[in-house]
Design a protein around this ligand. Sequence first.
Ligand code: 3HC
Length: 694
Amino acid sequence: MTAINAVTTLEREGDIAVVTLNSPPVNALSADVRDGLAEAFRRATADAEARAIVLICLGKTFIAGADISEFGKPPRGASLFEVQDLMEGAPKPVVAAIHGAALGGGLEVALCAHYRVAVPSARVGLPEVNLGLLPGAGGTQRLPRIVGVEKALEMVTSGQQMSAKDALAAGLVDEIAPEDGLRDAAIAFARRIVAENRPLKKVRDQNDKVEAARGRPEVFEQFRKANARKFRGFLAPEYNIRCIEAAVNQPFEEGLKTERKLFMELVTGTQSAAQRYVFFAERQVWKIPDVPETTETLPVAKVGVIGAGTMGGGISMNFANVGLPVTIVETSQEALDRGLGVVRRNYETSAKRGRLTQEEVEARMGRLTGTLELERLADCDLIIEAVYENMDVKKDVFGRLDRIAKPGAILASNTSYLNIDEIASATSRPQSVIGLHFFSPANVMRLLEVVRGAKTSKTVIATSMQLAKKIGKIAALVGVGPGFVGNRMLAQRQQQAQAMILEGAMPWDVDRVLYDFGFPMGPFAMSDLAGLDIGWNAQTSKGETLRDRLCEMDRRGQKTGAGWYDYDAERNAKPSPVVEKLIRDFAAEKGAPQRTFSDQEILDRCLLPMIDEGARILEEGKAIRASDIDIVWINGYGWPVYRGGPMFYADTIGLERVIQDLKAMGREPTELLKRCAAEKAPLHQAKGAGMERS
Ligand code: 3HC
């Protein structure tokens, strides 16, 4: 065996040369890997005794793509194209042996082999679109030549992976190898190719499928139309489509040039920078400086949920979905039946859409046990309280739980803004108390704010984070404080939105600006959807706020056919003249001077105070790092991922401008913002002031 460099070896098994990559964790195509591959293929090609070449990887996966951390840095080492030319142009068969995942540049490398062999558990895909990119190493030109235009469009714009079985059916893989015998199977396959004198199959020369789509531009137009909603705001899907169009309409080499040009545009743009940042942020968020991965965790085999309302039901589904039994406690049989009924309807809807089998619906429902007795939670390892947002009620529940729960059980509150330390003070075991703030609908939304109390133990934190991963959430550890991270920043935006409509902007102006920015909807549309009467009381309402007045007029949102907007029978929103008059009269009553707003001003008023509040959260040490705040906003509040979250966005528009405009709004920016601006340090890389504890 010859070591080519630190990550590549070359050896010969009889008449077959074997190139082996070993660059943990995912064999990404770093400069070292490219150098190693180029040299190994040169030598294997020159080796007269080698009749074919197998490329295989060690570790958990085949090549998972380009090395994302290299983007934006000066190029180093052999280029990927050089490696690909050496493989595709080799005068002897090259076989890629795939396990784990062949993703992005990894699949693009494999597509330059003449044949591909994969184990059953292997997956292939071109996920570049999720990084705001397109496959920039020939993927958009080679993929449609194998799978056809429609399938290629779907794959490159969704980034979805394909199983080995489907890849075999689609022609992306030539043979399935035994799970534990990839190396031997690939070598045997290579020998067979040689023995049978099979041709050196170059994907670039297979033109049938792309020619079939030539002169049918409607294929692309229909695809664009069908996906317009999904692609809204993103550049990369459209760029990917254009590349597939080029594969159809241009000769291979020209198509490659188009791909390169469009790739360069994306990779140097803000959207891809944001999406690459989010890729790493999603992995960082799990890392807690003083709670290392080796921290002991508690086994969680049984879960209790208090409250079968919308939150309690949704929370319970998360655990039932992964096989954990859940006991749900309510105060009346009626509420319990209603809650379990809603859960069943949710599952039935999934079954109707083909996402679940009927057996699976029954299996999941079978894991849920309803009860009216809190005592039934005595054997639960984790108990999540999801009752009414009221401190006295919560303290009462926790006081009772303290007497019922077994020693060591985790006692969690789903509160969205109350003080976890005060809740914990109602127990004799504050070390076991933590906040698990789910977002509605709790069975759908990916975010979980894990709230660390002053006395929460590291074991409880580590167990909560691990559990979050198990139920498919993305969890951010945050500190105690009103509204934690997400709702605390949201309150800033709400305040500004309410203030602006008294100063002359209309709710639909504010909503439109935020929608155009990339949010799924603005605050007023959101409020109509949720219902304006949440927390409103008809008996005590005195018409003091616009909300009071709307509710008093029975304009309580979509459910009453009117709220901030008017709704037609299909629930389409229309600006409401009634609301406009109501707001103008209210403003006149308050003596609020009226003026017009530009879209930019509306946007700044909504977002800049949020950024400032985010910086304050870091100063107070209520989040570990700025990127965690961005994760919260992307996954919990629909912040568009291509803008990277509020902290990242602040850097893209410039901290100097943020500071200046905050001052113009009469708000003194936080020290952290000013310091980052003065030191030209990116805000999105700022750290929270020590959330660690000994
Ligand atoms: N470049 C650099 N680092 C990468 C990487 C990549 N392509 N892929 C993963 N990593 C790093 C992660 O940041 C993580 O680092 P950490 O341990 O320091 O946090 C580590 O590798 C392990 O990754 P995961 O935690 O994600 O491990 P999993 O086992 O859960 O998942 C995976 C493995 C499915 C391969 C997943 O990492 C993944 O999806 N990677 C990205 C794949 C991708 O997007 N490829 C396309 C890249 S762009 C490209 O190829 C352009 C080309 O067309 C020119």
